[in-house]
Design a protein around this ligand. Sequence first.
Ligand SMILES: *Cc1c(COP(=O)(O)O)cnc(C)c1O
Length: 433
Amino acid sequence: MKKEPFVTKTQLDEIVKEYPTPFHLYDEKGIRENVKALKEAFAWNKGYKEYFAVKATPNPYILNILKEYGCGCDCSSYTELLMSESVGQVGENIMFSSNDTPAEEFALADKLGAIINLDDITHIDFLEKTIGKIPETISCRYNPGGLFKISNSIMDNPGDAKYGMTTEQIFEAFKILKSKGAKEFGIHAFLASNTVTNEYYPTLARTLFEVAVKLQKETGVHIKFINLSGGVGIPYKPDQEPNDIKVIGEGVRKVYEEVLVPAGMGDVAIYTELGRFMLGPYGCLVTKAIHEKHTHKEYIGVDACAANLMRPAMYGAYHHITVVGKENEPCDHTYDVTGSLCENNDKFAIDRQLPKIDMGDLLVIHDTGAHGFSMGYNYNGRLRSAEVLLKEDGGTQLIRRAETPMDYFATFDCFPVYEELKKNTEEADKLGK
Ligand SMILES: *Cc1c(COP(=O)(O)O)cnc(C)c1O
């Protein structure tokens, strides 16, 4: 499938007048249409709820859009909990799916009334000591181990993953939790990431549903929900077939009717914690070509770097690139598209066939809406970019400003050198004006 930006050249030429590159741009219309389709796909399940994985795109404005559709927040850290609270997502609208959890995070999750999803059997004691009780509603994260295989293409290795409890442990955990007063139970598992197949959720659902039936029978607890977590992927590459969420929802429904309904568990709610699927395609990184370099290879230097989008550097991930306004020109040049970090892996593309790039051309780096801005960091003193929302009416809204040098220096504010940093920054800022 041809990959096209959700924003036109005409729009973008206007937008860059207001917001200097680089910045992440989000597509409100796409986000809304997608969340509607997700809800429809699972409408057959009465208790269905999506808990958006906040870590994918931690921005209150994005969280608010999803909240309109009844989505909750899936959090795994202190600041994610605070951000959810700031948009009124509290109580059972928060799923706290964390691991290696510090005590103060359990305490905050409990204060907010979040559903706590325990990553390990030892966390039962830890949680009880921390908050002085076991909550009435509790969830456990399951890891069946071994290899998880769907079709012939996608395989993941839960046996090598740090998350979740073994089969033996989850049975034991449910018994202990029940004896300590827990009343409503949930099961959670995340066994493969960025799956581009309609089979992932149905296959995972079968594993979880079968364990749920056994758990309910053997331990006598009431299972309220089964959380399929994240992992539904997006087609980063043009030749990949996108997931069809309707087919996925139907696939889960079939297994539900096959496994849970006959066991008298037709009241179980299905939860999801999608991140990438919710936002990935509806964000892009807009950057400008500022240098070309002809040495042993052909390089195009852009004004964004891995600090704005880490996935290519970290995983060698593919992100499609469109040279804005040159969509119909032949891709007859081979480039490495690089950022400025003093790290040779700071490349958005390696040996990519693209149209001839001229200095000042705008490049759209696709599919950065999830795990894009959020994985940003400050290496080399690089600053995080702004986030801009392209609204349904075609207007734009700044939803996070770019970092400034003073943001970078903020953690020196209790030291004498801070005044010096501030003075120097103010003077340097005048240079560019
Ligand atoms: C990262 C994460 C998700 C979201 O994963 P995606 O691949 O973005 O869908 C959901 N749940 C948990 C616990 C996670 O850590």
